[in-house]
Design a protein. Sequence first.
Lengths: 212, 80
Amino acid sequence: MEYRVFDLGLVDYQESLEFQRLIFQEILDGKFNAGLILCRHYPVITLGRRAVRENILAPEEELRRQNIPLVKVERGGDVTYHGPGQLVAYPLVDLQFLKKDIHWFLRCLEGLIIDLLAGYGVSGQRKPGLTGVWVEEGKIASIGIAIRKWISFHGISLNLKSDDLAGFGLIRPCGMDIRMTCLEGLLGRLPQEQEIKKNLAEQFSKFLKKGE
Amino acid sequence: MTKVVTLPKLGEGIEKATVTFWYFQEGDSVKEKDDLVELATDKATFNMPSPCAGKLTQVFFHEGDAVKVGEVLAHIEEGA
C-alpha cells in the first residue's frame, strides 16, 4: 500500500477538516491508498452524529468567552473536546485494500495506540463494548471515524499534556462520565512531540503492511 | 422492477445501525452509486450507495431510526 504522512502542526479544526477532504479526494482518485494526517488543534468542541446538546456542560456564553467554537461533524460518536495538548491523528485508509469491516478498523486503530503506548512502558487497554484506549488511571485516547466509499477519515486523539485535560470539563466526553488522563501525567514528563509523531507514523506503516 | 435496498452485513458482532442522513427524498431520481443514506454505529458513520439508477419510491426508516442487518431501508424503481 502506498501511503503518505502529513504533519500540519498546530492548526484550526476547520482547516484540518478541509485538508482531510483534499487527501480523501486524492485517495479516491487512486493517487495513493492511505494517508496519515498528524496535527494539534486550537481548543474546539466537535459534535459527532450521536451528539446530544446536554453533553455540553459549559454554557454557550462561557464557550464564546473562551473562544471555543462548536463544530458539527460527520464522524460517529458523541461530543468531544480537542486542545493543543492532544496529538490528533487522522488515518485516511482505502479499506478496499485491507478489509471492508468498519469495526475491525476501529479495533486496529486502538491497537496502533496500544502499541505506541507500550513503547513508553504504558499499558493501554480496550474496554469491551466501547471504543477508545484506557489505562488504569482513565481514558487516554478517543476515536471516532467516518467511512465514505470505503475510505476512512476523522480518527484518533491522544491526550498528551496535563494542562489541557481541563477542557474535557466543558463536556461529558462521548456522553459518558469518563475520567481522562494523559501521557505526561502517567510518565511524569512528556516525550518530544516529534518523537511521538514519528513512532505513531511507524505504527501506522506496520499496520498497513500487516493488513496487506 | 423494484429494487429492494437492505442493510448489508456490517462486520462481526454488528447487528444494527442508526439512520443519520438521507441524501434523497421519496420521489427523487438517483443514479447508480450515488450516496443514498448515511448510517452510524457506535463510533463510525458510513454511507450506503444506491445499487441502481431509478426513482426512490419508498423510505422505510427515517433519521434517528435503528435498522437491523437485513431489514429493508428503501425501494427504488429501477430505470424510472
